[in-house]
Design a protein around this ligand. Structure first.
Ligand code: CUA
Length: 176
């Protein structure tokens, strides 16, 4: 997912650069100012409508699977309380099974922290803020067993980097 986002960004940046260079070249062409202005601004209305339509579609497609909408959904198999403090995580449970719907209830005893869940290959799979005075709910269903890591994703002071914990996901058929 991260690499897809990266390559998409790269393609878009290259495309924008190409358009920018093309516009720059054309602006150096000889011709009267009115003609140049007509060529430059003529398609603007259509481009705006196109960009607006694309913006609406992209927003809808990317927001539909938003975790906050999923939170209204069906049953939770396991609740894990996750309390952040400078500089450690306290988890009410440190194991789960593949296929279980987990709800992490995340809060903080001091400052803002970031609760970030990493898979065994250290790819970020989900994250939510850990805030004092609030309990933020993050639902996640593990699809692969292994040792997951919880890292702090919000700079919270000197030992921010040391704020890690592990979370074990067992195969679906294994008894705990
Ligand atoms: Cu807690 Cu960074």
């Amino acid at each position: 997912m991260q690499s897809i986002a990266w390559y998409t960004s790269l393609v878009l940046i290259l495309l924008l650069t190409a358009i920018f260079i093309a516009v720059l070249r054309r602006s150096h062409d000889s011709g009267d100012a009115a003609e140049v202005a007509r060529r430059a601004y003529g398609p603007r209305g259509k481009l705006f409508a196109l960009a607006l339509a694309a913006g609406v579609v992209i927003t809808l497609v990317t927001l539909l699977p938003w975790p906050h909408q999923l939170q209204a959904g069906a049953g939770i198999d396991r609740v894990v309380d996750a309390t952040a403090r400078q500089w450690s995580w306290e988890l009410s449970e440190s194991e789960a099974r593949v296929g279980e719907r987990i709800e992490f209830r995340v809060n903080s005893e001091d400052v803002n922290h970031g609760f970030a869940l990493y898979d065994p290959a250290m790819q970020l799979v989900s994250q939510i803020q850990a805030m004092p005075g609030y309990t933020n709910r993050l639902q996640y269903t593990f699809e692969e067993p292994g040792e997951y890591r919880i890292l702090c994703l919000e700079y919270c002071g000197m030992a921010h980097h040391a704020m890690t914990a592990s979370f074990t996901v067992l195969p679906a058929d294994q008894q705990q």
